[in-house]
Design a protein around this ligand. Structure first.
Ligand code: CTP
Length: 400
């Protein structure tokens, strides 16, 4: 059980913090809610007291004998602020301590997670971006806001991510993951591409996107700015990742090249189709009674991973590929993998042994993280989050 301080700043998304609070309390954590005075315009103190079973104050002059403005931060295992407004980010970045929440942020020696929510213009303003950069440079985890409907009819970047997604980031931070990707931009691909034969039929594969999702969540929890290029992934967007949705290998290729430009690391966890139909019919292909199926002519898709390796210049991101291998009469799984690593020219290859339906669609996995320098790190069977962190361990090591 951990002691968590849940800060709530004055934004319309304050009500979503109630669900986050529930997720923490149901997992057995002790939560003290510290709202700002402004946030009480949106959700009253009675709600927080009832849901947390703890007293709720906004200022530093309540309950003075307990010195809560010092004690709360000192004793916490995690401080999370959701939503964090532009004003709260500014005050936190400049070390102001005019209320209980900002005092707690100054006295906290535990990890701090901020989940901003505001209008797009406020988020994109150079002042806010500079504050976010300052906070991140000090090791604070600032989750990227989600894109979607905002307070009014407008939509854009600035939504508070789903509470379950914020909760997932907090759990990883509580797990003591290092903040070694702070200030880094990482690009991860996930899922399986679809290559259309006609408007309704496609050639696809069984990749669910769970591995890419785990990689994105783990990188957010380690402080990175994350772009997730998701090919036909039906999972909810991970908190704090910018999600770019694609369908075909060609779209995935374009998105990867665009976002890899300023990346420090690129991880190709997606399964792009190696081949696509030579042409895509504009109308649904009809079945003609008595005639057998028409043959499908395929052409080769570009190898995105190999292109990214060939095209890297300047910043030279660490590039990671995935390999789904089976051993055969010619070579073992690891021999095939070593040959693939050399062929693709990437820095790391995550090798999955897929004989016997071991990987696709499951929450658990096992793999070997193979380095171009010959290192082999076996990751035993377990949740994909564990493998994700082993990959980032290897990536962070190579970034240094
Ligand atoms: N990859 C890619 N572009 C493709 C195909 C694959 O970037 N058109 C990437 C995948 O994202 C993965 C790695 O390359 O990181 C997998 O390599 P690939 O050669 O496709 O191997 P497998 O599909 O595992 O198997 P095979 O050797 O049979 O091709």
């Amino acid at each position: 059980m951990s002691k968590i301080v849940l800060g709530v700043a004055g934004g319309i998304a304050a009500f979503k913090a109630a669900e986050l609070l529930r997720l923490f309390t149901e997992a057995g954590h002790e939560v003290r809610v510290v709202p700002t005075e402004a946030s009480l315009q949106f959700v009253g103190a009675a709600t927080w007291e009832a849901l947390s079973g703890q007293p709720v104050h906004t200022g530093v002059f309540a309950d003075v004998p307990q010195v809560p403005h010092v004690r709360l931060g000192q004793e916490a295992d995690l401080v999370v602020v959701a939503p964090a407004t532009a004003d709260l980010l500014a005050r936190a970045a400049h070390g102001l301590a005019g209320d209980l929440l900002t005092s707690t942020l100054l006295t906290a020696r535990c990890p701090v997670v901020l989940a901003p929510a505001m209008h797009t213009e406020m988020w994109e303003h150079p002042a806010t971006q500079a504050n976010v950069e300052t906070l991140r440079s000090r090791g604070t985890v600032v989750i990227e806001p989600a894109v979607g409907r905002l307070t009014g009819a407008d939509s854009g970047k600035g939504r508070l991510p789903d509470p379950t997604a914020i909760h997932a980031v907090c759990l990883q931070v509580l797990d003591g993951r290092p903040q070694d990707l702070t200030g880094r931009h990482v690009v991860v691909s996930a899922g399986g591409t679809r290559e259309y034969l006609d408007p309704v039929r496609f050639l696809g594969n069984r990749s669910s996107g769970r591995m890419g999702q785990a990689l994105a969540e783990a990188a957010v929890a380690r402080g990175a700015r994350v772009t997730l290029v998701a090919a036909n992934v039906s999972l909810p967007a991970p908190a704090g990742a910018d999600v770019v949705r694609v369908v075909t290998t060609e779209e995935l290729r374009t998105a990867m090249h665009e976002h890899a430009v300023d990346a420090d690391a690129v991880v190709m966890a997606a399964a792009p189709a190696d081949f696509r139909p030579a042409s895509r019919a504009g109308a649904k292909i009809k079945k003609v009674p008595g005639q057998g199926p028409a043959p499908i002519e395929l052409v080769e898709n570009p190898d995105v991973l190999a292109e990214l390796v060939a095209g890297r210049t300047g910043k030279r991101p660490v590039i990671v590929g995935f390999a789904a291998e089976t051993g055969d009469e010619n070579a073992s799984v690891m021999e095939h993998a070593a040959a693939k690593l050399a062929r693709k020219g990437c820095d790391l290859l995550v090798v999955n042994d897929v004989s016997g339906d071991k990987v696709f669609g499951h929450d658990d996995t096992e793999a070997v993280v193979l380095g171009a320098d010959g290192t082999q790190v076996p990751v035993p069977h377990g949740p994909k989050a564990g493998l994700a962190h082993a990959v980032w361990d290897a990536v962070a090591h190579r970034m240094e």
